[in-house]
Ligand binder design. Structure first.
Ligand code: HEM
Length: 317
């Protein structure tokens, strides 16, 4: 029988006189390893706490936060410059028979001037429209903004929360992330408006070529859409957008974010508290990651504490 021939084992339960399922004796080495593990874990917790506190304090001391990158501001600059030119040169064409338009044409040297500058403005708008698509697709900043602009269920609940707040049923309104539902609406209205204005404008611009390809009612529809959307866009910009960035008492005479790209600490906390919280989380994670990488380097040293992992306890084979 193989069992009878087996040599008695040192430390075997039989040898030590213990029962087969009794615990093995705890050796000094094991106690040391356990103590080491506990100390290392405590140190780690202390380090994490210290890092988190450092990040929190540094963020609390930060007075300004970047909201828009240079590339974003460049596009916004081209967008509003071209829109101003297009409105100034387009509306007199729409209302060509009114007294004020006649006075305008008289001052600027005739309708030919408006037609030319309208086409220059249109070319800039087309450029910025195409540029924006590439920016969204091929830059990290663009992709980040695009996903932040996408409508979410939270936007619907935010509208509800704010209505409850405005009617006095709640003490606090909705808390927003990077973009509120109003800002998202503003963005998509411009986006949609641009598509309509560029497509209808191109049909008007290249009237002969488009009539060679399309039925006449396309030209009528394009003129109608272009003319009406132009008025809608102008009113939306003056009433909606200008209120948000200029006439709102908090912003008057204007918010300089379009130029500096920054918003103040008070603004981010008041209007984008969830973005602030996200920023805090990300910075903590980054700092912890850095610390972790530093520690791994340390573990690569000769005088590293015992163990392969950060806990410091060597896994013996
Ligand atoms: C914010 C953007 C724009 C606004 C506010 C605007 C406004 C206007 C207005 C009010 C008219 C007069 C329509 C009428 O006669 O009832 C007009 C005409 C026209 N627009 Fe625009 N437009 C814009 C963008 C564009 C774009 C992107 C293009 C070209 C792609 C374009 C090309 C034209 C052309 C070719 C005409 C006809 C001008 C003429 O009689 O020679 N527009 N626009």
């Amino acid at each position: 029988m193989p069992d009878e021939k087996r040599e008695p084992q040192e430390n075997s339960p039989k040898n030590s006189g213990g029962k087969p399922d009794e615990q093995k004796p705890i050796t000094t080495a094991k106690v040391e390893a356990a103590v080491h593990l506990i100390v290392e874990e405590a140190k780690k917790k202390e380090t994490v706490k210290a890092i988190e506190e450092r990040v929190q304090t540094s963020l609390e001391e930060q007075k300004e936060f970047q909201r828009f990158s240079l590339l974003f501001r460049f596009q916004h600059f081209l967008l509003f410059s071209s829109c101003i030119i297009l409105i100034i040169t387009g509306l007199p064409i729409k209302f060509a028979h009114s007294g004020w338009a006649e006075a305008y044409f008289h001052l600027t040297g005739g309708i030919a001037f408006s037609r030319l500058f309208h086409r220059i403005g249109a070319s800039v708008l087309i450029f910025v429209g195409v540029f924006h698509v590439f920016y969204l697709a091929f830059t990290a900043d663009g992709r980040k903004n695009f996903f932040s602009f996408l409508p979410k269920i939270k936007d619907v609940t935010d509208v509800f929360d704010n209505l409850m707040y405005f009617f006095g049923f709640r003490k606090e309104g909705a808390r927003f992330g990077r973009f509120s539902y109003l800002e998202k609406f503003d963005y998509w209205a411009v986006y949609w408006g641009m598509v309509v204005m560029i497509l209808s404008g191109l049909i008007l611009w290249f009237e002969n070529q488009s009539m060679a390809l399309l039925p006449k009612y396309f030209l009528d529809m394009a003129l109608e859409a272009h003319s009406d959307e132009a008025l809608l866009a102008t009113l939306a910009i003056i009433i909606w957008h200008f209120y948000n960035v200029h006439f709102n008492p908090e912003k008057f005479p204007m918010s300089w974010t379009w130029y500096t790209g920054n918003i103040s600490r008070e603004e981010i906390l008041k209007h984008h508290p969830l973005e602030y919280e996200e920023l805090l989380k990300q910075r903590k994670l980054q700092e912890l990651q850095k610390a972790l990488e530093g520690k791994e380097e340390l573990n690569g040293n000769k005088d590293k504490p015992p163990g392969k992992n950060l806990g410091g306890v060597e896994e013996k084979g």
